[in-house]
Write a protein that binds this ligand. Structure first.
Ligand code: TXA
Ligand code: MG
Length: 387
């Protein structure tokens, strides 16, 4: 679709309204009212959630939902998550009983970044579910998202508000960069606090299975259900089996520069890593490491005195100005890593124009499982360094 169909308007929600957490004042605000009206008219509205920005449309209207696929360039067989603002909305969008364990999980994690697969009720357009008999549902916790959905009175279909295949947007300016001219309205609610998308969970079989790891760690779901929760294994890129979560078969989350993923750096394997860097040194390289990994590299380089001592500890440019490096966060702090991930991928692309992005693998505990899932899909190569 052409990128000049709309004169995209971006409006900020006053911070006082978000801080205060006074839902009614938010619902009555001009920004939310404008967004809700557009949704009711069958138009698209980008809005903040606690995970990433969503691109919303009336989930019951085939024509409205069709616009999402067009604006994003999204493959037609990839179904959308339906967002609700009140539990009572489940009655019309879900057919029959809730799956076992669903209520318990909703009590614990809703509103929040957990999406549950249920039987689809008639109100939801087949376009939303890409023809599936199931519907993915979540209640976001971001006050602006809740206010928008409540003000519209609709179930709202919303994928991440990026061009398909690009890193998901965690700031309004990311949405603007991708979808400017393709959508009428963006609600700016600041930075998304979680930074990776919701966990998609299927409870319909005896064994609960995570179709996409996300903002609620698998361990926590397991604790609440008091059962083992498995993750759908790496079917992506192989194309061998029919994916349970259809969105997982496409290359995703990728910035413009190719990504190579390296296993964890240690003093013992650093030399192999440095040899790789030397081989690629004609390229502009962005290096995204854990704080610990960067420290290991800096200790070695400091000894050779080819690093500028005045440089910021966490980010900077190596002497020849061709390797831009930064620490994404500590190996022990997966929440910070998740929050920064998509922004950093976009930031490097836009400001440094690297020819190669090198990222260090991070531990998979907590939100690390979601982070590594996104990185494996975005990367073209995984390079194992001996311990
Ligand atoms: O945090 C999030 O979930 C964000 C925000 C905007 O809420 N949304 C999001 O939507 O990430 P999207 O479209 O980028 O990802 C939806 C995922 C895809 O992997 C899709 O295949 C899966 O959910 N999905 C949707 N409906 C499904 C269904 N009926 N059965 C299985 N998987 C489904
Ligand atoms: Mg997405």
């Amino acid at each position: 679709m052409s990128a000049d169909r709309y004169n995209t308007i971006i409006e900020k929600i006053p911070e006082s309204l978000l801080d205060e957490n006074n839902m009614q004042r938010l619902i009555d605000s001009s920004v939310i009212r404008r967004g809700a009206k557009l949704l009711q008219k069958g138009e698209l509205v980008a809005f903040p959630t606690e995970t990433v920005y969503g691109l919303g449309a009336d989930a019951s209207s085939a024509e409205a939902v069709e616009k999402i696929f067009e604006a994003k360039g999204r493959p037609q067989d990839n179904p959308l998550i339906v967002h609700i603002g009140e539990r009572s909305q489940l009655q019309e969008i879900v057919d029959g009983q809730l799956p076992p364990g669903a209520k318990k999980l909703m009590d614990h994690f809703w509103p929040g970044p957990l999406t549950l697969i249920m039987s689809k009720g008639d109100v939801i357009s087949d376009k939303t579910t890409a023809g599936l008999k199931t519907v993915a549902v979540r209640m976001p916790s971001h006050p602006a998202a809740l206010a928008l959905i409540r003000a519209s009175g609709l179930p709202v279909s919303a994928p991440s508000a990026n061009i398909s295949g690009r890193p998901s947007p965690t700031r309004a300016e990311h949405v603007y960069k991708d979808l400017q001219g393709r959508i009428p309205y963006i609600i700016d609610g600041g930075h998304c606090p979680v930074g990776v998308e919701s966990t998609v969970l299927d409870l319909r079989k005896t064994r609960p299975i995570v179709l996409r790891p996300g903002g609620i760690p698998r361990e926590k779901i397991s604790d609440v259900l008091n059962k083992e929760v498995k993750i759908k294994n790496k079917e992506e890129k192989t194309g061998e089996e029919t994916p349970l979560s259809p969105g997982m078969k496409y290359r995703h989350y990728a910035p413009e520069a190719p990504i190579k993923l390296f296993s964890e750096l240690s003093p013992d394997n650093l030399q192999i890593f440095q040899q790789f860097l030397i081989k690629e040194e004609h390229k502009r390289i962005a290096l995204i490491l854990s704080r610990e990994g960067l420290q290991i590299l800096r200790d070695r380089l400091d000894k050779k005195k080819n690093i500028n001592k005045k440089m910021n500890i966490e980010y900077g440019v190596f002497v020849d100005k061709k390797i831009f490096f930064c620490a994404i966060g500590s190996r022990k702090d997966s929440s910070t890593v998740a929050r920064r991930l998509f922004h950093l991928l976009r930031y490097f692309d836009d400001n440094f124009r690297p020819e190669l992005i090198i990222i260090e693998e991070l531990p998979t505990s907590g939100l690390g499982e979601a982070v590594m899932n996104r990185l494996h899909k975005a990367a073209e190569d995984y390079i194992y360094l001996k311990k």
